[in-house]
Design a protein around this ligand. Structure first.
Ligand SMILES: [Fe+2]
Ligand SMILES: [Fe+2]
Length: 368
């Protein structure tokens, strides 16, 4: 099989014209209690990626996640047999680079959308929260970009369907649309993908960074559900139908996004075969259904649950539109991150105690 070419350098800029107007609110004393409580939590839970993450943890670029090879799209095909051990390492590196690159570009989209919400949403309580979210997303961009540069050693450009979805959501002049596209769809799916990787990777560094990012995302999802549910209660049937259509189209776009066929093409697999492999791979199918099962309950919750939307999700989730129990999942996300911290600090505490013991022993008078 042909040796893969490194992906083109990710550089330059991309400009999307803004459609929405900036809105000031003079109602300084007002605010919904639940949103203000979430804002307080956003402030309380700020953290520094330089300090909280141990960046010295080693990562092997040819097996950055330590996930089973069965999870790779070429596994089990004749192409896999033709790859030698070295090429297989390169494939693992490219697949992880592609995946984390899409996370990275998505996080930048989330940062820009959160900043847009600060500008355009009418309520000051939502502006406050979105300001903390903007900072959270900046930290996520910082983390994924550092992981790609320092640990995996390559990045892929933004995938076409992700770019289209970002373009559509940011151009829209209605303030809720970037939020719906970015927070509910793109981040909802990203969160499900983070969770699957966090729970399957055998490498401590990616597990930690995914767990910490997910802990922040749980707040963002809670905010999206509250702010959009309130807003959608006041919309007309026609306005709701526009949002529902957007959700269905966005989900189909995202379904295409999950293929990552450019990586396979890069390894010499013809485009048609790459698409077929991505489509027929059983594990990828399970992965895709898991992603949509995390979005479905959120969409239902905010009130966009017409028969058309339900039918779309039935197709995407293989008939099971009930989806996951979001509240339970988010509580769990928070606990996993806290448990990782507790374990790390306990280990540091033990190391410190051992160091002190050693100092005491060295300093002790041998004649006593
Ligand atoms: Fe994020
Ligand atoms: Fe987020």
């Amino acid at each position: 099989m042909t040796s893969p070419t490194p992906p083109p350098p990710v550089s330059g800029h991309w400009t999307v014209p803004a459609g929405a107007a900036s809105t000031f609110s003079w109602e300084y004393g007002d605010g919904r209690d639940r949103l203000l409580a979430l804002y307080q939590r956003g402030k309380d839970r700020q953290w520094d990626a330089v300090r909280r993450i141990d960046w010295d943890l080693e990562v092997d670029p040819t097996d950055p996640l330590g996930t089973p090879d069965e999870a790779l799209p070429l596994y089990g095909t004749p192409y896999w047999e033709r790859l030698g051990p070295e090429r297989r390492g390169e494939l693992r590196q490219h697949v992880a680079a592609w995946q984390f690159s899409q996370f990275l570009h998505g996080e930048q989209g989330a940062m820009i959308c959160a900043a847009r919400i600060v500008e355009t949403t009418p309520g000051l309580d939502a502006k406050f929260f979105a300001a903390t979210q903007t900072m959270d997303e900046a930290r996520h961009v910082e983390i994924f970009s550092r992981f790609l540069r320092e640990k995996i050693g390559m990045s892929y450009p933004v995938d076409d369907s992700l770019r289209t979805l970002l373009d559509d959501t940011l151009r829209d002049s209605r303030w809720d649309m970037p939020y719906l596209g970015m927070q509910v769809l793109v981040e909802g799916m990203a969160l499900a993908a983070f969770g699957l990787l966090r729970d399957t990777t055998r490498r401590p560094l990616p597990r930690r960074l995914l767990a910490y990012v997910m802990q922040d995302e749980a707040r963002h999802v809670a905010f999206g559900r509250m702010a959009l549910r309130d807003h959608y209660r006041g919309l007309t049937a026609a306005e709701l139908a526009e949002r529902e259509e957007f959700v269905v189209e966005g989900c189909h776009l995202m379904r295409n996004r999950l293929r990552g066929t450019e990586v396979l093409e890069n390894f010499g697999v013809p485009r048609g075969a790459a698409l077929r492999i991505a489509e027929e791979n059983e594990r990828l199918g399970v992965f895709r259904r898991a992603l949509f099962s995390r979005i479905a309950p959120c969409v239902r919750d905010i009130g966009l649950w017409s028969p058309e939307v339900q039918e779309a999700f039935a197709g995407l989730c293989d008939g099971d539109v009930r989806g996951s129990d979001l509240d339970r999942l988010m509580r769990q996300d928070d606990e996993i991150a806290e448990a990782l911290d507790a374990r790390r600090f306990a280990a540091e505490e033990r190391a410190r105690a051992a160091e002190i013991d050693e100092m005491i022993t060295e300093g002790a008078d041998p004649d006593r």
